[in-house]
Structures are given as C-alpha cells and as structure tokens.
Design a protein around this ligand. Structure first.
Ligand SMILES: *Cc1c(COP(=O)(O)O)cnc(C)c1O
Length: 467
C-alpha cells in the first residue's frame, strides 16, 4: 500500500460502513440512557482523572472510526455530567424530550446548512411554521418576526442590535453604514439584577458596560417601575422575564406603557421565564409583556429542546432584518425565508427541526403541562426542604428555589457535599448578602421520587457538614 492509500479519506469514511457506525453510536446511547438512574450526577474523581488519556499530540495518521467511538464510550461517557436524568438542578439548563433528540439525529444525518432557502427548503419552511406557532403560543402581536439562533445570549444580542439600530434610524442615523462614531447617544437601562448575558451584549454592541443605568429591584429581584429614570427616544430598556436566581418576572406591562409614551425600545430577556406566558396561573404577572418591542427566549432550557436553540422575537420585522443585512454576488435570495436575514450567523445547522418536532408533539396543552410540571416540582422541592429545616429565600413563582442552612458556612459546606454526593447537583449563589443553594427545576424527567431522593441528599449533606 502506498502512503497515500494508507492515509486516504476513503479508509476512514466508508459509506457502506456508515449504518454500522451509527448502530454503534446508538448502542452506546442506549447504554447511557439505561444508566441514568444509577449514574452519579457529577462524575467522580476517577472518571475525571481518566480524561488525561485524551491529552496527546494530534495523531499523524488516520484511525479506525469504530475505535474512536469506543474511546468516547470508555473515557467520555463516565465523565459526562448527567443533566438529563431528572436529578440535575444546576444553573438553568433543561432536559431533552425524546422526540427532540430523535429529530435531531435525523437532522444531523441530513446535515443541512441553513443560510439560504436554496440550501434547505425544509429548514426554511419549518422556521416559518415555528415562528407562527411561537407567536401564537406566547400571544404576541401577529406581525412579530422570529430568528432562530444558538441561545439567549445571541438572541439578546440580536434584539438589542435591532433596538439600537432602530432608535438611531429614527434620529436620522444609519448605524450599519456610519458606525457608532459620532452617532447620537443611546441610553441603556437594565435591571440591577440583569443576567450577565445582557451585559455581554451591551459590551459587544459598543454601548459600553459602564454606561448602563441600573434600575433598582425589589426583594424578589424584579425591576421597580417606580424607580425607572425618565425615559426618552434614546432609551433602550432591558427587562427580564425570569430572574436568574428567584425566577421572578419584571412588571413589563407597566414599564412598556411608560417607555412607549417616550419613544423608547423595550427588550425582554425571557430566556427561561418567558415560558410563564403559557400558564393561566401566571396570566396576571405576564400581562403586558406582549407590548414590548423584542423578546429573547430559549427553547433549550424550559422547553427541553436539545441545546443550540434560542429564539429572537421582534415586533418590527424590518428592524430585525435590517440589523443582519449582508450581500455578496454569489448569494441566492428567494421569495421564501432566507434564514441568515433573521440572525447574525450565515451557516448554521437546522436547529428548528427539533423545535418543530417538540412543539408538534406537545401541542399547546402539552407545552402548558410541561411548564406546570416544572413549577409544581419546584414548589414541592421547596416544601420538603422547608419541612427539613432549610430556609427558603424566594417566592417560588416559577421553577427556581433559593434555599440555605442556618448560616453561610454551613450552607457552603452542605452545597459542596451535595455536589460530590452524585445524588443530585445544584449550584450556589448569593441572595441579599446570604450564601444560598440555587435549585432550578427544568427537566421533564424529574419525578416526585427523585425530588424526595434529592431532599434526602440535602439532609445527609448538611449532617456531614455539621459534624
Ligand atoms: C440562560 C440565560 C441567558 C443566556 O442564555 P444562553 O442560552 O445560555 O445563551 C440569558 N438570560 C437569562 C435570564 C438566562 O437564564
């Protein structure tokens, strides 16, 4: 065999063997799914140490793809954080609904690039369908446009970019052409408890993180409408549906009335909490959110769609599309939806396929039930903890619970023991100056039994910490 034959791509990429390779991946996936109940939620020391075997120089020659999957199974699988087994309550992540996973596998095999309609008509049509479904589900204005992006960080960036550009356009300044040098000043107002992703977008948009006017919040972390500085046509107001600690929702409606009378733009960072819009019990709290100008939300958190699924919604279609204008002689526009006009990126996978599959499978009532279930589980988690003498620090209005032990040192030590127990996993935070354990219930797979199991892990972790 010549050297070229030995290293030829056809040796490692054999179409006839592809089904066998996929079968092997499926078999390993099945083993993973079967292990969910027993696995430690966070990998143990031994599994973490075993990853050292991956630190090697790039191999010179091709390897057998079947052996590569073996290595992933052997070293990768034990080092995985079990986020989908129902016992993971860290950050605000989210599980994965079976149909979303299966649809994603199909979409991955199709390997669609989705910049233009001509690259993937199926993606383009499903984006149109999902746009209408999401707008209807959330009760937003009929004309609202949606862009399908990688997550809420980019959705926030997109909404704020559209808002910044539109506010400047109204004042006779084309920021796409002229840039920010010499532009009329834009004011940015955000909650004192805004998510880090909001500040990241403000920096990326050249608006300057130091220029943000922070609006005070109440005890639950909601922006105080009565503390809002005087607004004007230069103001970009960033509100929040779902405080990242408490889950509380800003009074967006009253803020919008005030903001619109003065010509400001209101964006809602609704990553996980905007889904509260579908709950009849939250109708009053969420009233008026539909009056905002742009909204960002994640499908990969509360809706349990696989990762890489955020949505930017914008009342003025033209404002969103003009923010992402681009041209090149080889572009091929169609009379259908060219997805790159609705988002920052050009090439992207067909993430809307999983979103469509999940929405269609659940239907309107199923989405409502999923979100109700997360909230019910959060409430019962809080109730059981409180019965065991843990303090609860927030009104459990959505899926977030903030809890603590008698003092900060005991809380921190307890949290560390919980994290290393493998029984469940939660993160920490500070709330009104106190160390707290932050519980986020976002996985459809969480059962009442698993919550009881997790509460037992809390009690044991505290007992060990108190020794
Ligand atoms: C998660 C989250 C974000 C960031 O979203 P990604 O999907 O992780 O990019 C922004 N804002 C809030 C309130 C969040 O919870």
């Amino acid at each position: 065999m010549t050297a070229n034959e030995q290293t030829s791509v056809s040796r490692v990429a054999d179409r006839e063997k592809l089904p066998l390779l996929l079968d092997k991946a499926r078999q390993f996936a099945g083993e993973y799914i079967d292990s969910l109940e027993e696995r430690p939620v966070f990998p143990g020391e031994k599994s973490l140490r075993a990853m050292h075997a991956l630190v090697e120089s790039l191999p010179e020659n091709p390897s057998d793809p079947f052996l590569i999957l073996d290595q992933l199974q052997e070293i990768g699988a034990p080092a995985v954080v079990t986020q989908t087994g129902g016992r993971y309550f860290g950050f605000v992540n989210g599980g994965i609904l079976p149909v979303g996973l299966a649809a994603r596998w199909m979409a991955d095999v199709w390997d669609q690039n989705t910049a233009h309609y001509v690259m993937s008509p199926i993606n383009s049509r499903l984006e149109e369908v999902c746009e209408r479904w999401i707008v209807s589900l959330l009760g937003f204005p009929e004309e609202t446009a949606a862009g399908f992006v990688s997550g809420t960080t980019i959705a926030n960036f997109s909404g704020l970019c559209a808002g910044r550009n539109e506010l400047l356009r109204r004042r006779g300044w084309d920021v796409a052409r002229k840039g920010l040098y010499g532009a009329p000043k834009i004011r940015v107002l955000a909650s004192d408890d805004a998510h880090a992703a909001v500040h990241k977008s403000i920096s990326m948009l050249g608006l300057g993180s130091e220029n943000v006017e922070l609006v005070p919040v109440d005890d639950e972390g909601r922006m105080r409408a009565d503390q809002m500085p005087k607004l004007d046509e230069a103001a970009l107001v960033i509100t929040q549906a779902g405080n990242v600690n408490s889950g509380a929702i800003d009074p967006v409606g009253p803020l919008c009335e005030h903001a619109h009378a003065s010509g400001s733009w209101v964006h809602v960072d609704g990553a996980f909490g905007l889904w509260a819009r579908v709950l009849p019990s939250m109708r009053k709290t969420c009233d008026g959110i539909e009056m905002a100008d742009s909204w960002s939300l994640d499908a990969h958190k509360t809706l349990n769609v696989p990762y890489d699924s955020g949505i930017i919604l914008c009342r003025r279609r033209e404002a969103l599309m003009s923010a992402f204008k681009a041209s090149a002689s080889y572009f091929k526009w169609s009379e259908h939806r060219d997805s790159m006009n609705f988002r920052p990126s050009m090439s992207a996978r067909a993430r809307v396929i999983e979103l469509w599959a999940v929405l269609k499978t659940l239907g309107r009532q199923g989405v409502r039930r999923l979100i109700e279930q997360l909230c019910e589980n959060a409430r019962s988690f809080a109730r059981l903890l409180s019965e065991q003498g843990f303090q609860i620090h927030n009104d459990v209005v959505f899926n977030q619970v903030l809890t603590s032990c008698a003092d900060d040192a005991l809380t921190r030590a307890t949290l560390q023991n919980i994290q290393s127990s493998g029984e469940c996993w939660c993160g920490g935070s500070t709330w009104h100056g106190r160390a707290v354990i932050r519980i986020s219930v976002c996985d459809w797979a969480t059962t009442p039994k698993q919550i009881e199991r997790s509460v037992r892990a809390f009690v044991k972790a505290r007992a060990i910490a108190a020794r």
